[in-house]
Design a protein around this ligand. Structure first.
Ligand code: SF4
Length: 445
């Protein structure tokens, strides 16, 4: 359970010296309980007091890092059950599974294919996070060789999947400097497998039913491995979602440190590739920090990565593009000028349709604080005055084209006459839906 202000107050020096910047120790305790200040602001804490209050300032879900370099994956540190309460902080690491029983050529081809699974969406690059190597061969030497080959071919961190401590040790030894995730520990192999993780100082997955996980993590930490990820062993999809929710509630509402680690779901299902992606989407929403899947085709990955992108954007900060004049193709002095808002989804929808039209054009992007056309118009962030001012701006779009015609979204046709009067430009009303843009632009040519 999170400490209350009174719990914290009991452990403070109670001198009201004000050195922390607050008038009393109680005022400081209240701020600490609300996580608005850090304990170090009080310079008079005793060691015993600090130890007692550690849980007040430590995150309820430990931050775990897998891999190194640019592609390292950080998971955990989550603070809310629902993204609208704040935001989810570290996006789900999506791991695509490969088998060590593939031939060297097949493994090379598959890992290279996974390496390339990156896509541009609304101005951001989204892609696969990890490669999960599964020990199917039963041969420790083959598993170790496959781990070395896969890591040599990929910048992505590896998840090593085996419950055989000997095979895990052989594989981890080969790539330990790349900090793979060891998956993992079970009730049956805990002594030997935790020993491998502790010896190599690597993060490790602990698998068990929700009821046994706390005991397993306690034992694992006593054996020297502290960077843990939990994989609840559950009954079916409903059971998995229930267990993930129970664990997240225990982490955040009860501050139950024995389960205060990121969660992993192995959703790999080679029998039904459609269901695998549908289920995985649910696990991203609640509350998988790492997701292992077998699907690696674009049609499987792109929808899943899109779900992840949508869940893990900050709901209080709409994704935006930079306001200004954007070029599509190689426009010239006679090219059309379209005006829209800087909400990424709106801009890239318009940009995609302009590209599809093959008519080189300028897009005048207004700063509407990341809101869409109708929302911005209703909130007076996309007004006649603002657009007219941009059209008339020195060094702006007026200097790039010889004509004086601007296309406005069909949804704000109501501003046509006034915008013409304010700007001196001819105002053409574009389609209400972006899908009508190609036909509209061709008709202008
Ligand atoms: S610095 Fe420490 S002892 Fe002084 S008022 Fe603040 S909390 Fe109390």
């Amino acid at each position: 359970m999170a400490l209350t202000a009174l719990d914290i107050f009991k452990n403070l020096p109670k001198t009201n010296c004000k050195d922390c910047g607050f008038p009393t120790c109680l005022a400081f305790a209240m701020q600490l309980a609300a996580k608005r200040v850090e304990l170090v602001k009080c310079p008079h804490m005793t060691d015993a007091g600090k130890a007692a209050l550690e849980s007040a300032s430590a995150p309820p879900v430990k931050l775990i890092t897998i891999g190194d370099g640019e592609r390292k994956v950080a998971v955990g540190n989550e603070t809310v059950l629902f993204r609208h309460e704040e935001t989810f902080h570290h996006e789900t690491g999506i791991a695509v599974q490969v088998s060590d029983s593939l031939s060297e050529a097949e493994l090379t081809e598959k890992v290279k294919s996974i390496n390339g699974k990156f896509y541009e969406r609304v101005g951001f690059t989204i892609g696969v996070s990890l490669v999960a190597l599964k020990h199917d061969s039963g041969d420790a030497a083959a598993f170790a060789a496959a781990a070395g080959n896969a890591q040599n071919m990929s910048q992505l961190p590896l998840v090593l999947m085996t419950d055989d401590p000997g095979a895990m040790k052989a594989a981890a030894e080969k790539i330990k400097n790349k900090k793979p995730l060891l998956y993992g520990i079970t009730a049956e192999n805990i002594d030997a497998m935790a020993g491998v993780a502790a010896e190599m100082k690597l993060p490790v997955v602990v698998s068990g039913t929700v009821e046994t996980l706390a005991d397993l993590t306690q034992k694992t930490r006593k054996l020297g491995a502290g960077d843990l990820v939990l994989a609840p062993v559950s009954d079916g999809m409903t059971g998995t979602l229930q267990d993930l929710t129970r664990l997240r509630r225990a982490q955040l509402k009860k501050n139950f440190r024995d389960v205060g680690f990121p969660l992993l779901v192995n959703a790999a299902d080679t029998t039904d590739p459609y269901l695998e992606i549908a289920r995985s989407s649910c696990f991203i929403a609640k509350y998988a920090s790492i997701l292992v899947i077998s699907g690696h085709e674009d049609w499987q990955l792109l929808p899943l990565l899109t779900v992840r992108q949508n869940i893990y954007t900050d709901p209080q900060k709409p994704i935006q593009v930079k306001p200004g004049v954007w070029e599509v193709g190689k426009p010239g002095p006679g090219s059309p000028v379209l005006v829209t808002t800087n909400f990424s989804l709106t801009y890239y929808t318009v940009e995609g349709e302009v590209t599809a039209s093959r008519v080189p054009s300028y897009i005048l992007v207004m700063d509407t604080e990341g809101t869409s056309v109708l929302t911005a118009w209703a909130a007076e962030k996309f007004t006649v005055e603002m657009i007219a001012s941009k059209l008339k701006e020195s060094g702006g779009i007026g200097d790039k084209v010889k004509h004086r015609k601007v296309v406005i979204p069909g949804l704000v046709a109501v501003m046509t006459a006034k915008l013409k009067e304010e700007s001196g430009w001819d105002v053409l009303v574009g389609p209400r839906e972006a899908t009508g843009i190609p036909k509209f632009l061709k008709s202008m040519a």
